[in-house]
Unconditional design. Structure first.
Length: 416
């Protein structure tokens, strides 16, 4: 970008920020960085600007960069939930594209600051992850890169199995009334008999990172819908030329177009917020963005009119074709809720650290409308065994209520 373009962008940021505040948005102090595509895709692949290295992040980076190079995708927004809030703008974007992004990320920042799911977020996680990365480099120097990578592979295989109610810095997480711990990562880190101290530390670091990311997983539809609702409102208030109006319409259409084979969260969230505003007013939106998660948002506000208006339906494969299987509003809503429950991950709890009296580990998959994927089990149980050192059992139930137990003993996987 040339100096004149920087000055235009700075002026636009000030103007949009003032309009957002006047409109009622309450966001963190904002810090904007204009970056080349390689930097944005690095941050997008790693999830943060300061994070440890791992081969899976490099794989994600290469995929994202290849899609960008071939014109198949493009990062329009990248914003970090922190105080101050960091937003990254692509240096090749047009001025209007960056105006849209500024409006979009201001609404994200407002959501991060005010939604109840984020109330216990560590707002200094950027700095904390830099410390984690430094610790990981120290481990690599002391114990070898291969050993650290083995521990990370196993930890990342289960890092989504945490209890979001756990406070940062705690050890073992929340224990449910009927027994078992949703905090599988903390359970293994605290009770494994084979882990060295540095390996336990890696698990606790991964757990703390996931506690930071978890609220974003619970509010994907709401967060993106809220940001899209406000970028539409704020950019439309700007004094745009006819050419910019056409450019904005094209950009926005790309953001909110209904998904093919999956539901676009930007589209669904936007339509729901617009519908609620028409019937309940803008004040209702502020209350909803403060108190709801995706699950409660869908349960409370996705009604028959909205389902029909968006032409939502369930589909499945029949022979070689995909066909509509159900358009009932309750079935559509319940399916969406199941997909968003527990952040979209299988609900697994740690039940026993001495199963059978042999120091074996028992995990329970709590069936909530979707069967556990066999390939997921085949990939994951050997990695859990690496952390536990003894046979690992995973009990699950299928849609027909039949019980199935997987067992991995370090050499083979059995099911019965």
């Amino acid at each position: 970008m040339k100096q004149a373009e920087y000055e235009q962008l700075e002026e636009a940021i000030g103007q949009i920020t003032r309009r957002a505040a006047e409109g009622g948005l309450d966001f963190f102090p904002m810090r904007y960085e204009v970056c080349p595509a390689e930097v944005l895709y690095s941050i997008g692949a790693y999830g943060m600007p300061t994070r440890f290295t791992h081969w899976s992040f490099g794989k994600t980076y290469q995929r994202m960069k290849s899609e960008y190079d071939y014109g198949l995708s493009r990062i329009y927004e990248l914003v970090i939930n922190s105080n101050p809030c960091y937003a990254f703008l692509l240096d090749r974007n047009s001025l209007l594209q960056n105006k849209l992004i500024v409006a979009h990320v201001l609404a994200h920042s407002d959501f991060f600051k005010n939604n109840a799911m984020f109330s216990r977020t560590d707002r200094r996680m950027v700095e904390r992850m830099a410390v984690f990365a430094e610790r990981m480099r120290a481990f690599e120097q002391e114990f070898g890169t291969e050993e650290v990578e083995l521990a990370l592979d196993a930890g990342l295989a289960i890092h989504e199995h945490i209890d979001p109610h756990t406070r940062f810095g705690g050890k073992e997480g929340f224990r449910e009334a009927e027994g078992g711990s949703k905090d599988v990562v903390g359970f293994i880190a605290g009770r494994s008999r084979i882990l060295k101290d540095w390996q336990r530390e890696i698990l606790y670091m991964l757990r703390e990172e996931m506690l930071y990311f978890w609220p974003q997983m619970e509010t994907k539809i709401m967060n993106e819908g809220w940001a899209t609702f406000w970028h539409l409102r704020l950019v439309r208030e700007l004094d745009l030329t006819d050419r910019e109006i056409m450019e904005f319409a094209k950009m926005n259409a790309g953001v909110v177009q209904p998904g093919v084979g999956s539901l676009n969260p930007y589209y669904l969230g936007l339509k729901m917020f617009e519908y609620i505003e028409r019937h309940k007013g803008i004040d209702a939106l502020y209350e909803i963005r403060e108190t709801e998660s995706d699950v409660s948002f869908l349960r409370n506000y996705l009604d028959k009119t909205l389902v029909e208006e968006m032409d939502l339906f369930l589909f499945g494969r029949k022979d070689d074709l995909y066909v509509v299987t159900n358009k009932d509003v309750n079935e559509v809503r319940d399916t969406l809720i199941r997909q968003r429950t527990n952040g979209g991950f299988p609900y697994v709890t740690a039940m026993d650290d001495d199963y059978g009296g042999n120091g074996e580990l028992l995990l329970l998959h709590r069936y909530e409308g979707m069967n556990l994927d066999r390939k997921y089990v085949e990939r994951t149980l050997p990695l859990v065994h690496r952390l536990w050192g003894r046979p690992v059992h995973l009990e699950t139930r299928a849609a027909d209520k039949s019980k199935l137990t997987y067992r991995y003993d370090g050499e083979k996987l059995e099911a019965g």
